[in-house]
Design a protein around this ligand. Sequence first.
Ligand code: FAD
Length: 404
Amino acid sequence: DERVLIVGAGHAAAQLCGSLRQEGWSGEIVLVGDEPSLPYHRPPLSKTYLAGECDLDELLIRKSDFYDKHAVAFRQDRVTSVRRDDREVVLEGGERLRYDHLVLSLGARPRPLTVSGSQMAGVHYLRDSAHVDAIREELSNARHAVIVGAGYIGLETAAALRSLGVDVTVLETAERVLQRVTAAEVSAFYGRVHREEGVDLRLGVQVEALEGDSRIRGVRLTDGQLIECDLLIVGIGVVPNVEIGHDSGLEIENGIATDQYGRTSDPHIYAAGDCASSYTSRYGRRLRLESVPNAVEHAKAIAAAICGKEKPITALPWFWSDQYDLKLQIAGLNAGYDQVVVRGDSSSTRDFTCFYLRDGKLIAADCINQPQEFMFSKRAIAQELSPDPQFLTRPDVDLRELLQ
Ligand code: FAD
């Protein structure tokens, strides 16, 4: 039987198993992942799972009977290399598994903090359920947590820990939160909300060293200040897991490089999700994104390609983040924006939309507690609308009337 071998059992993999059968794949599907669990939803890890509101079973993307029904063989193991000439992968114990089509859906790993003391007990990362289990185990004794990094993971973690009554300090090198991903208006809003919720937010600061004996007791900043803590969580971004692709000679460009069908420089190998840098015709270049919708989109394109159909990656990127009572939904990519238009009042309310334009064209929107404006934005961006900025700000204008 022809075999699709999927390495990395995360979000892209779970989608791929179902999509392959939907597209008519009748051969074998073998899924190899190094985590003990079947694929689960990662987004709740920094939200409800950290807050103790659900268990891992509830986060499974598909229950185990789904894999039985679709004849997917799951195996917990780690792949250490790909032997392209023999169309085999090598497992940690030395065993080899053959493939006809190989899909690398390896995800990403947390970027490590490298200052002195980073190896101490009490220093945590947040990518896998095991990471969160380790944090939760320490929470009963933790009064003060420090979070390094005010990106989405850092801020979601801050919100979850505040809901548990933990004192939280967030340290960020940049002058505003979410600097890499949002406009100043949105950063200011999230900075204000976190402070209102009791987070001690320190911007423009740098960690010099972690202090303690065997266990962390505090964080020394480069300005000499010591912030005491009994728990530290690092959220300073991720590094894509490209090594086994790289070592086997696949083209790498920020991630494992693919064409618009998810195919790498080897026609028998595909790459999906956080580890993949995939050509996206909408943007005319390769993109490496870190989101569930991106992993799902890649998996659908690859399933079709393996079944001999052409369904290129075209969907408009989108993303979400939940913090406190705030549901942020992001449509499009704001890279290269030259104008920002805010609809609503970002300085005193908890719902508004920030539109991003380039050369007058709407390219992205951050919608905070505004699901309808998110729906509008997705369609308007896809239609490449160039709306009158004045119109976008006027509360009496029904935005849907702008759509074609
Ligand atoms: P993953 O889901 O990371 O799966 C990759 C799997 O491959 C892992 O299990 C890994 O252990 C395994 N693996 C790696 N190397 C090997 C190997 N050599 N052999 C065997 N197995 C291997 N996205 C959103 O859209 N919205 C959100 O709100 C959001 N919140 C998030 C919150 C957190 C805390 C995290 C960590 C992520 C969040 N994301 C969010 C991102 C989203 O979860 C990822 O983009 C998505 O999981 C990517 O799917 P993937 O299949 O590429 O990789």
